[in-house]
Design a protein around this ligand. Structure first.
Ligand SMILES: NC(=O)c1ccc[n+]([C@@H]2O[C@H](COP(=O)([O-])OP(=O)(O)OC[C@H]3O[C@@H](n4cnc5c(N)ncnc54)[C@H](OP(=O)(O)O)[C@@H]3O)[C@@H](O)[C@H]2O)c1
Length: 328
């Protein structure tokens, strides 16, 4: 089953197909042309398929987007081996793909690494994003930039709306916000999609908790109870991004599974759903968890703008239940 979505490129409309995620592993390999199929979609009346570049295509979100968009589009899956985004040469390399659209989830996502090396975080997340935006401007193509809840300070005492004041408190958040600024400076046709607490790929919080549960440390698990966010399931997010792109309503969006919780509550729910009922889990404070980065403590995102377009994500607990079935 496919969803067919109308897609607007400037003044030209075409269709975007979203196939449901499957378990096919697609590796980054330069240009990956999907086989012809009856759902091939055309740009305008010219008959050419939509050329989409996905950066960070081996990452959690990038690989999910690549799977979901594989049918009916000409995908160019870009990873670090193909294009080093922190280098200005990335601009020409991306322009050479003749992309109709660039989706840019690639980033230096190690938040503690960003704290230790803020200049590298800036080079990849801010300048790298600027180079992607410059390529989009030369191509006349829209850009989808994936940003983060960590652009907010986390001290408002409530969830953040799309146009709330940003104020990152760590190097990762500052570098990602600088990426947003670059996109807004350079392009008119863009989606900035802020997300949070991804799970669904190879390395994520759910897998970490399950690994710990299988071999628990003496004294049980200790999880932070005063860092609040929105657990977000990659396939749900990728499907929502595809629907958003189809609207042509450029702008800034928050796409997360609905609901918010602490790391402690998230871990407790993972253990409950996975049947680890007798494992001891103790809440601790952020201040008691030594790490290089300082996360914004209360930074759940509210999806108001996309919800207005009819795009919402289900509660995170339901998404978690589905994810756990894929791990069984
Ligand atoms: N994960 C979360 O919980 C979370 C939360 C909020 C926002 N986000 C944002 O969502 C997006 C996707 O996150 P994710 O967890 O899917 O990321 P991920 O799994 O860490 O993947 C990031 C991808 O970017 C590539 N990359 C890193 N540095 C690069 C460079 N200098 N040049 C080219 N490619 C480079 C990585 O390649 P290598 O593996 O070779 O380095 C990797 O394929 C990111 O923009 C992130 O900031 C994530």
């Amino acid at each position: 089953m496919y969803d067919l979505l109308l897609l607007n490129f400037g003044n030209v409309w075409c269709c975007l197909a979203a196939s449901p995620p499957n378990n096919t592993k697609k590796r980054s390999s330069g240009v990956a042309a999907p086989p012809p199929n009856p759902h091939q979609h055309t740009l305008g009346s010219g008959g050419s398929s939509v050329r989409i570049v996905i950066t960070g295509a081996q990452g959690q979100l990038g690989s999910t987007l690549a799977r979901i968009l594989a049918d009916g589009h000409e995908l160019t899956l870009v990873d670090r081996d193909d294009i080093e985004l922190s280098s200005p040469e990335a601009i020409d390399q991306l322009v050479a793909t003749s992309a109709d659209m660039i989706i840019h989830p690639a980033a230096y996502t190690d938040v503690d690494g960003c704290a230790r090396d803020p200049e590298w975080a800036y080079r990849v997340n801010a300048l790298g994003t600027k180079y992607v935006a410059m390529a989009c401007r030369r191509l006349g193509s829209p850009m989808i930039y994936i940003s983060t809840n960590e652009v907010f300070a986390g001290d408002a005492g409530r969830a953040y709306m799309e146009y709330d004041q940003t104020g990152p408190i760590n190097a990762y958040g500052r570098s990602k916000l600088a990426g947003e600024v670059a996109v807004r400076e350079i392009l008119r046709d863009f989606y900035i999609v802020r997300i949070a607490w991804l799970f669904g790929g190879e390395r994520n919080f759910v897998r970490t908790v399950l690994r710990l549960a299988a071999n628990p440390p003496s004294g049980g698990l200790r999880m932070v109870d005063d860092e609040i966010g929105n657990p977000t399931y990659c396939p749900d997010l990728a499907a929502a991004i595809v629907r958003l792109i189809a609207t042509g309503a450029y702008g800034t969006y928050h796409l997360v599974n609905s609901g918010a919780c602490s790391r402690y509550a998230f871990a407790s729910e993972i253990l409950r759903q996975a049947g680890h009922h007798d494992l001891r889990i103790t809440p601790i404070r952020l201040a008691d968890y030594q790490r290089a980065s300082t996360p914004p403590p209360y930074s759940p995102l509210l999806n108001i703008a996309a919800a207005d377009l009819g795009i919402t994500l289900r509660p995170w607990q339901e998404a978690l239940a589905e994810y756990l079935t894929t791990l069984a």
